[in-house]
Design a protein around this ligand. Structure first.
Ligand code: NDP
Length: 451
């Protein structure tokens, strides 16, 4: 049995059902870094694998809060501080009923490598709660955020751990969390990123992840000698922060995004999506995408339950480039086969690990350019770090400066990943390139910092 298999078996034994998704992410990284481990046994001698797959600490706490009808509700809060070899822990907070320790371990583990790829001084973490902001009043969201921060504030700080947003946590939630932190500690400091601009947020943080995905894809297409996105039909899934800003940047570069989806169904508008209307429906009214066809009856709406076999309507539409931007494991092998048959040239992960391992294998064996999440969606955390720098210096950067730094960061990540893949004999494999480059960076820092 090879060393990778041995390590995987060892961790498999410890894996409980909740940890399944964490195990999926870990297995991908371990398999990718095989050429690096074989080229130098320094990582084995320092037990880097064993140390990296266990979080530094997991904080789990009760969140009790009062709803609008004066009943007490109880949720569970978490912060997984995974690794701070390169800088303070950094990673988003997710509020969604599916949140549990396993999901946050998977996200925190991925975050270590994503943050390392940016080249910025930040470690990896993730947190959140099984609280569902959907259907709650603003007042209830505020009450929950205050109760959540009453516990969380003990474990975070600008040089310790700096959370940001993720699914279910946008600038409204970050604002309430920041307000409570300030009240408890009497400190006005950059302890959270993704804040509204009026109190220390960076310009372009809301746009950063989606814009970054498109910048990365353009850089990858250029390196792989493929045609750019201008004039090309693109399919996007999701209709949240990442999806809407991916769609926005696709229009900016002259592409034609024609699909999007939410948890209830998907839209296909062959003439190009109406982005203004999408923002109105999802960001302002927080309603279902089904509303779209009231204004555009010529578009098609497909409810999720029409696809019980694991396929999804968005990926049946022929396109040049696909951008899964909703959630983990949303793009299955059936979806991948549909995209390949319809001639897709590139797939870029806007969400974290949205493609199943079987889907990824299908893309790689058909020579599709594949941009993995930890590289392609690193723009959000990069601009979060820019926000930390601005807060520390009490400075404000203009839109053009942030945009230029974001674009350059994404181009650099893309080049670094492509070069590493080439150096380790897997040219064109951006998954292996991203995993090897980021693992090496974190592991070397851990070795220098001692046990
Ligand atoms: P949001 O909460 O803003 O949006 C998520 C969107 O996905 C919603 O429209 C939601 O639908 C939809 N959705 C959820 N589940 C499904 C499903 N099974 N099928 C189709 N659509 C679904 O989250 P974000 O846009 O912030 O995050 C999306 C992904 O990107 C996550 O994986 C996140 O971890 C990742 N990410 C986010 C970053 C950021 O800066 N925000 C940074 C890096 C990664 P509905 O409206 O019905 O709830």
């Amino acid at each position: 049995m090879g060393i990778i298999e041995q390590e995987i078996r060892k961790f498999e034994k410890r894996t409980c059902e909740e940890d399944f998704i964490f195990y999926q992410a870990m297995e991908e990284v371990l398999r990718s870094i095989k050429p690096l481990l074989e080229s130098d046994d320094i990582y084995r001698r320092h037990a880097i694998l064993e140390r990296l797959v266990v979080p530094d600490r997991i904080v789990k706490f009760k969140v009790a809060w009062l709803n609008d009808t004066n009943e007490i509700e109880i949720n569970t809060g978490f912060r997984v501080q995974f690794n701070n070899a390169l800088g303070p822990y950094k990673g988003g907070l997710r509020f969604h009923p599916t949140v549990n320790e396993g999901v946050l371990k998977f996200l925190g583990f991925e975050q270590i490598f994503k943050n390392a790829l940016t080249g910025l001084p930040i470690g990896g973490a993730k947190g959140g709660s099984d609280f569902d902001p959907k259907g709650k009043s603003n007042f209830e969201v505020m009450k929950f955020c205050s109760a959540f921060m009453t516990e969380l504030h003990k474990y975070i700080g600008p040089r310790v751990d700096v959370p940001a947003g993720d699914i279910g946590v946008g600038s409204r939630e970050i604002g309430y969390l920041f307000g409570e932190y300030k009240k408890i500690t009497s400190k006005y400091e950059g302890v959270l990123t993704g804040k509204p601009f009026m109190f220390g947020g960076s310009l372009m943080r809301p746009e950063a992840t989606g814009y970054g995905v498109v910048y990365f894809t353009e850089a990858m297409l250029e390196l792989e000698n493929k045609e750019p996105l201008a004039g090309k039909v693109c399919c996007v899934s999701g209709a949240g922060n990442v999806a809407l800003h991916t769609i926005e940047k696709l229009f900016d570069v002259g592409a034609v995004p024609v699909t999007c989806s939410d948890s209830r169904g998907s839209i296909y508008d062959r003439r190009g999506l109406d982005l203004k209307l999408l923002k109105e429906i999802k960001e302002i009214r927080r309603a279902s995408l089904e509303e779209y066809i009231k204004y555009h009856p010529e578009a098609e709406y497909t409810p999720v339950d029409e696809y019980p076999d694991g396929g999804h309507a968005v990926w049946e539409v022929p396109c040049y480039a696909a951008f899964p931007c909703a959630t983990q494991n949303e793009l299955t092998e059936i979806d991948a086969q549909n995209l390949i048959q319809n001639g897709v040239v590139s797939v870029s992960e806007g969400a974290n690990m949205p493609c199943t391992p079987e889907a990824i294998n299908a893309f790689l064996s058909n020579d599709i350019c594949f941009a993995p999440a930890k590289a392609a969606n690193a723009g959000g955390v990069a601009v979060s770090e820019f926000e930390m720098s601005q807060n520390a210096a009490m400075a404000r950067w203009g839109y053009a400066k942030v945009d230029e730094k974001l674009r350059e960061t994404m181009r650099q990540i893309c080049k670094r990943v492509a070069l590493t893949a080439k150096d380790y004999g897997v040219a064109g494999n951006y998954i292996d390139g991203a995993n090897i480059a980021s693992f090496k960076k974190v592991a070397d820092a851990m070795i220098h910092e001692g046990i």
